[in-house]
Design a protein around this ligand. Structure first.
Ligand SMILES: Nc1ncnc2c1ncn2[C@@H]1O[C@H](COP(=O)(O)OP(=O)(O)OP(=O)(O)O)[C@@H](O)[C@H]1O
Ligand SMILES: [Mg+2]
Length: 516
């Protein structure tokens, strides 16, 4: 008798362990598969942007729904898909893991790691498509987002929460500006997200390498939808990157999102739309191309203090053909953003890098956020530089000019030299201020233009050394009092005297060689 009750108890615990609950799946079938598009029938309850599992390893997103079929864009590369396969409605929309765990990682738009550093232990995931913050939750752009590029920070200042387009022909340094802005965040608390769309693997690898070497990689996330990836993944990349950035924005922190680039994104979306048999419109783009970009960029915002006070700054990049700013996608993006940085091939080939055309670039909201000292300096600078650019055109014809005009031109050349900057070397506010104070005071007027970079380097070294207290004050307060201005000018004179001495010595040496 005892034996039986023991046996019964054991049998009961074993039975309790058994999972006999059923699961319920909504299953359809792939009618047709080709060009990365699966036409699925039988999924009557599928939602737009819903995820569909095809076979065992295929994943697709429903982008076009009609009464009988759903057209789904395949997101998984390498999966062998074919007509007749089982298609399961997962009931979920596309999501990406978000959070601190993502910092320092390189992922694809669905959050799968691409850096070989193992799985990502994220605790939370958010949909890649999310609504933009309501107007009531927004605030005015009021804090600067510095790029470390003097020409941008002084003349086309950016504020946190702003959307600024970087636009120009191919190979004019667009990516370089976006990456420099990310590198400069090593001086701030801003989290950077770089979204690479439709780029070659080697180009992306170079960008990641630059961030690792010169930036703050542990405050940076890279989202890659590279050229070889399925078009669906490339299309998702900026939305996923934006969701990652929003995580920080919504927690009172500051994020910078660089999208490289939206022209390729538009081309990928056109490809998908044509395959989904949507009617083509202007330049064969689908009718909602403006909407897909505006709903992405609307998510960039400065939130009100009631909403946490965080910000998301977006720097989308766009490519023009032969400088044509009035093409379809560029005009769309210009009208969606709060300003643009226009890069000109001519300036680039002449060696004036970054090749920013100051006349055609504008920042509509950033000036309110500019540090007061830069605002003061930029006022005179802009005027002097504009005068110079106008006069320079005349000089091409070999005109002889009076002394005052000559001086304006010489000053302009030095301003341009100061605004030129190598990539991967963003400057601190103090360095920018010291250079602009020097050029404004006329201290550089006698320095040969070719020697300006050398003087700049020496000045930077001095700001790191015995001028560190002054530099720190400028960086901290964003202002410059008379005493510090005098100290800077003093330092400039000292640096010039040293270099002057070496130049004179070199001249004497040359003379001696010639006599001999
Ligand atoms: N400030 C700079 N100083 C020196 N070289 C630069 C500077 N900015 C960019 N370059 C160089 O110019 C080349 C083109 O730059 P980049 O790749 O950023 O241009 P892009 O416009 O993004 O090109 P693409 O159209 O291929 O995307 C690169 O070799 C880069 O190293
Ligand atoms: Mg580029």
């Amino acid at each position: 008798m005892i034996e039986v009750s023991k046996w019964l108890a054991e049998a009961r615990t074993e039975l309790d362990k058994l999972d006999v609950s059923g699961s319920f799946e909504r299953v359809g079938v792939v009618d047709h598969y080709g060009d990365g598009i699966a036409t699925v029938s039988g999924l009557s309850e599928i939602r737009l942007n819903g995820l569909v599992r095809i076979g065992d390893e295929g994943l697709a997103i429903a982008l076009s729904l009609s009464k009988d079929v759903a057209r789904c864009v395949v997101l998984s590369s390498g999966a062998e898909l074919a007509a007749g396969m089982k298609a399961v409605n997962t009931g979920a929309v596309a999501r990406v893991p978000v959070g601190e765990e993502l910092l320092g990682r390189v992922i694809d738009p669905l959050g799968r790691p691409l850096d070989g550093d193992g799985p990502i232990p994220a605790k939370r995931s958010d949909p890649v498509e999310r609504p933009a913050p309501a107007i009531i939750d927004r605030d005015f752009v009021s804090e600067p987002l510095t790029t470390g590029l003097t020409v941008v920070d002084a003349m086309i200042p950016l504020g946190r929460g702003q959307r600024q387009l970087i636009i120009g022909d191919r190979k004019t340094g667009k990516t370089a500006i976006g990456i420099d802005a990310i590198l400069n965040q090593r001086r701030s608390d801003v989290v950077s997200i770089y979204a690479a769309i439709g780029q070659k693997g080697s180009t992306v690898a170079r960008a990641i390498d630059t961030i690792k070497k010169h930036g703050a990689p542990d405050r940076c996330i890279v989202v890659v939808g590279e050229a070889d990836a399925p078009p669906g993944l490339q299309w998702l990349a900026p939305y996923a990157a934006c969701t990652l950035a929003e995580y920080f924005r919504d927690r009172g922190r500051h994020a910078l999102l660089v999208i490289d680039d939206l022209t390729k994104h538009a081309a990928v979306y056109r490809e998908l739309s044509l395959l989904l048999r949507r009617p083509p419109g202007r330049e064969a783009y689908p009718g909602d191309i403006f909407y897909i970009h505006s709903r992405l960029l609307e998510r960039a915002a400065k939130l009100s203090s009631a909403a946490g006070g965080g910000s998301l700054t977006a720097l989308p990049i766009a490519e023009t053909q032969a400088g044509n700013l009035s093409a379809y996608i560029p005009t769309n993006l210009i009208s969606i953003t709060d300003g643009q940085i226009y890069l000109e091939p001519k300036l680039f080939y002449e060696g004036h890098k970054p090749a920013v055309n100051v006349g055609l670039s504008v920042s509509r909201v950033g000036a309110k956020a500019q540090p007061p000292v830069l605002k003061d300096l930029a006022r005179n600078l802009r005027l002097a530089y504009a005068q110079f650019l106008e006069l320079e055109v005349f000089m091409r014809f070999g005109a002889t000019v009076d002394e005052r005009t000559r001086k304006t031109i010489e000053r302009g050349r030095r301003i341009r030299a100061v605004l030129s900057q190598p990539e991967k070397a963003p400057l601190s506010l103090a360095e920018q201020v010291a250079l602009l104070v020097a050029v404004e005071s006329g201290a550089f007027d006698e320095v040969p233009v070719a020697e300006v970079p050398e003087i700049e380097a020496k000045l930077a070294a001095a700001l790191d050394g015995d001028m560190a207290a002054v530099a720190d004050r400028i960086d901290r307060t964003g202002t410059l009092d008379d005493k510090d201005r005098a100290a800077i000018l003093d330092c400039v004179t000292r640096v010039l005297a040293q270099s002057g001495a070496t130049a004179a010595a070199k001249g004497a040496e040359d003379g001696a060689t010639r006599q001999a």
